[in-house]
Design a protein around this ligand. Structure first.
Ligand SMILES: [Zn+2]
Length: 239
């Protein structure tokens, strides 16, 4: 079980941590700022700064086999350095902030798209270079209208915040569940809900910016008809 510092504060660049497990497949820590690939969002890259100042390159982050486990995948060529790491060792875990910032901007922009396109989402991918959302629908979508809609929300500077809700609270508030653009999963006890004030409310475990103004200039670069009932919207940063 790794303490997930990125869930409460997506602005954290680094943390001190202790190695709890290490093998050729990867490294587990007692706490981390590295987001593991999930919910469509790519895993973080970065470095572990070891006690003697050497840096171990982390190429990706994934969920481990055990519930709550997060595995940091070493980059190729790090085998010798990895062999020196033992459980109990202290490291400073530091993410590639520039890359994560792009994930956060795109991820928050996908929530704006959910508000603009009132259809179920059946696929999502968020990377540093583009984001895409697949909507279950057959109506045509207008690229310029969606780009303008996103720009309006960005210009309006809506606050973005998360909170945790128990299943008991959800059961007691059917109106809250109805107001969500994506229905919450059940069976996990508590659910992380992401709210863009006045725009969108949905369960989400990803990392987001704190205000839509931080998204900056994001544009719809492509709309594709992936199947009879799937329209794919691709987002990019304006040049
Ligand atoms: Zn999200």
């Amino acid at each position: 079980m790794t303490e997930e510092l990125f869930r409460e504060d997506a602005t954290l660049d680094a943390c001190e941590a202790r190695v709890t497990a290490v093998d050729a497949a990867g490294i587990e820590l007692d706490r981390t700022v590295f987001y593991p690939q999930g919910g469509g969002q790519a895993g973080d890259r970065g470095v572990f700064v070891l006690d003697d100042g050497t840096e171990l390159q982390v190429a990706d982050t994934r969920k481990g086999a055990a519930p709550g486990a997060i595995v940091h995948l070493p980059a190729p060529g790090q085998e010798a350095l990895l062999a020196t790491l033992q459980p109990g060792a202290r490291v400073v875990a530091r993410i590639d902030r520039a890359r994560r910032a792009r994930h956060m901007r795109f991820h928050t922009a996908t929530h704006l798209l959910c508000a603009l396109v009132p259809h179920a989402v059946d696929g999502c991918s968020i990377t540093a270079d583009y984001a895409r959302l697949d909507f279950h629908m057959n109506e045509p979508l207008d690229k310029e209208a969606l780009t303008a809609g996103i720009a309006r929300y960005v210009a309006a500077a809506h606050p973005v915040r998360h909170r945790w809700i128990s299943e008991a609270e959800l059961d007691a508030n059917p109106g809250l569940v109805r107001s969500m653009s994506v229905q919450p999963p059940r069976g996990q006890g508590r659910i992380r809900v992401l709210e863009i004030e006045g725009v969108d409310l949905q369960p989400c475990g990803g990392t987001h910016v704190a205000n839509t103004a931080e998204i900056g200039a994001v544009v719809v670069t492509k709309i594709e008809k992936k199947s009879a009932m799937t329209r794919r919207v691709v987002l990019g940063f304006a040049a």
